[in-house]
Design a protein around this ligand. Structure first.
Ligand code: BJW
Ligand code: ZN
Length: 268
């Protein structure tokens, strides 16, 4: 492991353009549950039951409670040593005229809170809303997001109903709109933003080293990105507590909690 780590650190020291992909595993040690791990349930639901437009249309109150809970958890969490090492690496490399692009599937804002710059958020953000009527996207960090959601969203599986009246859920404040707001998050079956995808493809084309940290590599299209970089012959290093369906596609695999392995790779 030590020699392999030494080899990857050499790759990084010669690289001019590094791409870092992250998933929910990077925030696991900050106390934010991953999707497919043991903590991936909220009440009796899994994320794929609620993270759909259909679920939101059927019961916007329930879906807003779910996201209110996630906003509370994420805002109380602190960036961990992996987020910090990534942000410091980016900062340090930029002062040497090199480039580090961070592309995350996470919606928790922890990379940015650790000091990372220009983070590309593939799946949106817990702290942005989108109006279903005028499509306006706004930043909203209020907790609760509206009075009716105060203390709502408790994960207790015995809570069976969610019946906040529609007019008390978050609504658009643009003049003459008042449309219902939804979380600005890419739900299952929805397309990723074209502009964000093209920035990601550009970073994939330009990079000469790549890290993929804390993702199961099973949700598409993000699951294809690091393997596509590896197919170009670029050294890719996976950091995960276990092997994933993509592991064999990568030159390096560092197994263990990313708060140990990532600082080991990135700290000068
Ligand atoms: C650690 C660790 C530690 C833990 N240290 N590591 C084939 C091709 C294309 C699309 C599809 C396809 N088959 C199915 C689809 C559709 C679907 C999809 O991919 N489904 C899969 C489940 C198969 N994709 C979509 O719907 C996407 N849209 C799309 O494809 O549009 C075209 C289309 C239109 C119409 C119909 C079909 C297609 C959109 C995907 C959006 C994903 N959104 C979510 C939910 C967001 C909402 C929310 O958060 O509430 O984003 S899904 C969820 O998974 C979330 C995550 O960003 C994403 C990735 O999960 P991640 O981060 O990898 O987490 P886990 O839990 O899976 O893994 C954690 C990892 O960390 C593990 O490996 C651990 O070992 C590791 N770990 N602790 C290091 N300390
Ligand atoms: Zn509106």
């Amino acid at each position: 492991m030590q020699n392999v780590m030494k080899s990857f650190r050499e790759v990084l020291s010669n690289a001019k353009n590094v791409l870092i992909f992250t998933g929910s595993g990077v925030s696991a040690e900050s106390g934010i549950p991953t999707f497919r791990g043991a903590g991936g349930f909220w009440r009796k639901y899994q994320a794929q039951d609620l993270a759909t437009l259909r679920a939101f249309k059927e019961n916007p109150s329930l879906v807003w409670e779910f996201y209110e809970h996630r906003r509370v958890i994420a805002s109380q969490a602190q960036p961990n040593k992996a987020h910090e090492a990534i942000a410091e690496f980016q900062n340090h490399y930029c002062t040497q005229g090199k480039k580090v692009t961070i592309v995350t599937q996470n919606i928790d804002n922890l990379h940015q809170r650790a000091g990372a710059k220009d983070v590309i958020e593939l799946h949106g953000s817990l702290y942005k809303t989108r109006c279903i009527k005028c499509k306006d996207i706004s930043v909203n960090e209020n907790i609760p997001i509206c009075p009716a959601l105060e203390e709502k969203g408790l994960p207790d599986p015995n809570i069976m109903i969610s019946d906040i009246p529609l007019d008390q859920l978050p609504h658009c404040e643009k003049e003459n709109c008042n449309g219902l707001l939804r979380p600005h998050i890419v739900w299952f079956g929805e397309n990723l933003d074209k502009h964000i995808l093209s920035k990601t493809y550009e970073a994939m084309e330009e990079c000469d080293a790549c890290l993929i940290i804390g993702t199961s590599s099973i949700v598409y299209p993000a699951a294809m990105f690091a393997p596509q970089v590896a197919e170009r012959g670029i050294p890719v290093a996976e950091f995960n507590i276990e092997e994933t369906p993509a592991t064999r596609r990568f030159q390096y695999h560092f197994q263990g909690p990313c708060t140990y392995t990532v600082p080991e790779a990135l700290t000068p």
